[in-house]
Design a protein around this ligand. Sequence first.
Ligand SMILES: C[S@@+](CC[C@H](N)C(=O)[O-])C[C@H]1O[C@@H](n2cnc3c(N)ncnc32)[C@H](O)[C@@H]1O
Length: 213
Amino acid sequence: MKIEGIPGPAGYFYYFTTKTRKGLYEALADEIISKLNSGRVLDIGTGSGNLPIEIAKRASNLEIIGIDLSKTLIKIARNMAKREGVGKSVRFEIGSAYDLKFEDSYFDMVISSMTIHHLKYPTKAFNEIYRVLKPNREAWIYDLIRDASLKEVKQTLREMNLPIFPSIILYRFFGLKYEEYSGEITEYLEESLFKEYKFEKKGCLMKIVLSKI
Ligand SMILES: C[S@@+](CC[C@H](N)C(=O)[O-])C[C@H]1O[C@@H](n2cnc3c(N)ncnc32)[C@H](O)[C@@H]1O
């Protein structure tokens, strides 16, 4: 059974674990701002807001909104944004991936990290992403490959300057298996409004690029 929102106090534990993954958020933020450095970005399942905060530190012309089901994590994210001095360019709201409270064609980019494996109804989320994305824009959905080889995990950890421990444990228990990307996730994408998508694998990280044409 999938647990969607991280429940109550577990949010504090999750926030604590993000401290060991700073290099991951930094690497993803660098990649995202190389695609877009002005406009509006939505982060779905933002957790404690680490990715939007790293993006905001690098691109002050972006307006970034992070949404998450967890009240606790949104509170943590808001506090962290203030502490890190990016409270003006980042906003965090409680919200569901299935019912985005934004008008059609509102965002220049939609991103999400480590969240797709939580979703019970991915097609519903993909269709909401499609709706809020401007035409000719992309959504980048990142998650881990749970059954990547040890070599692939080590490659990712090295590239992101992450310590082998405890990351190596985390990277083997979270995310989706290869066959889930090529099986269920592909089926959900085929059912969705997105007609163009591709998978890009780097070490034990999968990036799904969704294009709204
Ligand atoms: C593993 S965490 C990833 C958090 C963050 N993106 C990161 O990379 O650290 C997954 C997050 O997705 C959120 N989530 C799960 N289902 C969701 C949904 N249907 N709508 C919005 N957020 C959801 C959870 O509350 C949790 O914070």
